[in-house]
Ligand binder design. Structure first.
Ligand code: SF4
Length: 389
């Protein structure tokens, strides 16, 4: 199964790869299907990714017309816009015709169309496909992984490993958006310092401004200005207590309010939470509300204590990683920018007012990023307030 949902804010690499060379992704998928002897493969993209969907459909059809992997049925799935569609356990549900609600067990333990017990989650027959009593483990990889597989098979592992670091070989397609001169997507060698990636891919911060913080999507602790020399590698980000995610970097300069950034990301995660685990849905909504009070300079000491309490409990009994993201992002901002928190509380106002868009990318072309304007109308039940954008 190829995960191309690309729901992580600040990330555009999968769409860039599919636009540039869908054959490379299709070929990687067929190599993987051959390697594990799969007779069915799925490519999952959001229904809004029309250009990319058409390209991969055409690439698969052309390859199969050329007699390649004809014994593997490839289905391209148009999924919902929800963030959780990209969660691999939820993606299986979507393929089976259901909403993107994460299952308990990972795909390698409980795969597609498996009808064995799921510890509380339904396992009802759905769609045309025959269910199996076996766990039917399912391989799930990202678009970029399949694109890399094609290269590795053609050129050899040694060639791939000649770039990057020991633990993070090869290259990565990075996205840089936010407070930079020209947001863009670009392929860089693993191990390149983050500051250099921001300069090379995003053309650096605006003249006269300095970078204050960088977020890799909304899933990892903030990277601060004094950490910009961290190598873009799995071990590099791990060494500073963060994570590289999908190498989608959201940059904030010294005019940005970090409480505002935390509130924005918390709101996104709170809206996108599916509510199967009450501490996640209720807790993230409360965290957003309390951050909003802090940002407006209206918070009391009791509000800050309540915020800390919810950060402690928000992950209780969680089925997926979203609640952990909420905790990691918000707690890291409060820990890394204590002076900004104190300033909001002491002065009763935001010292750096001015909102920024939620970096939920709709398109990214030639240094111009467009964001989903309709997102501000999305409600916690995934419906939208009526209105125009
Ligand atoms: S942790 Fe949150 S998003 Fe994940 S399944 Fe539970 S309620 Fe849904």
């Amino acid at each position: 199964m190829c995960n191309g949902a690309e729901g992580e804010p600040g990330t555009f690499k999968d769409r860039a790869l599919l636009r540039a060379n869908p054959y490379q992704v299709a070929e990687g998928l067929m190599i993987a299907a051959f390697a594990i002897d799969a007779d069915a493969a799925y490519v999952c993209l959001k229904s809004g990714f029309e250009v990319e969907r058409n390209r991969i459909i055409r690439a698969v059809a052309e390859l199969q017309r050329a007699d390649l992997a004809v014994d593997c049925e490839v289905t391209v799935v148009a999924g919902p816009d929800e963030y959780l569609f990209g969660e691999e356990k939820a993606m299986l549900e979507v393929i089976e015709g259901k909403p993107p609600l994460p299952r308990w067990l990972p795909p390698y333990e409980h795969g597609l169309f498996a009808a064995s017990p799921q510890e509380g989650w339904e396992a009802t027959p759905h769609g045309d496909r025959q269910r199996t009593d076996e766990p039917n483990p399912t391989l799930v990889n990202n678009v970029e992984t399949f694109a890399n597989a094609t290269h590795i098979l053609a050129n050899g592992a040694t060639s791939f490993r000649s770039m990057g670091t020991e633990r993070s070989p090869g290259t990565i397609v990075a996205t840089v958006v936010g407070d930079v001169v020209a947001p863009d997507v670009g392929e860089v060698e693993m191990g390149t310092p983050l500051g250099a990636v921001i300069d090379v891919v995003g053309s650096g911060p605006s003249p006269g401004r300095r970078i204050k913080a960088v977020f890799s999507g909304v899933a990892n602790p903030v990277v601060t200005a004094d950490q910009l020399d961290v190598p873009v590698s799995y071990e590099g980000f791990e060494s500073i207590g963060s994570g590289m995610g999908s190498a989608g970097f959201i940059v904030y300069d010294d005019t940005a309010c970090m409480i505002g950034a935390a509130r924005r990301f918390s709101h996104f995660l709170s809206i996108e939470s599916c509510g199967q685990c009450p501490p996640c849905k209720l807790g993230s909504a409360e965290i957003t509300r309390l951050l909003d009070r802090v940002e407006r300079g209206r918070a009391t000491v009791a509000d800050v204590a309540a915020l800390a309490g919810w950060l402690d409990r928000v992950t209780d009994g969680s089925r997926c990683f979203l609640a952990t993201e909420e905790r990691r992002v918000v707690a890291s901002v409060l820990r890394s920018f204590p002076d900004e928190l104190a300033q909001h509380l002491d002065e009763g106002r935001c010292p750096l007012p001015g909102d920024r868009p939620m970096p939920k990318l709709v398109d990214l072309v030639e240094g111009r990023a467009s964001y989903d304007e309709s997102y501000r109308r999305k409600r916690p039940d995934w419906t939208y307030e009526p209105g125009e954008d």
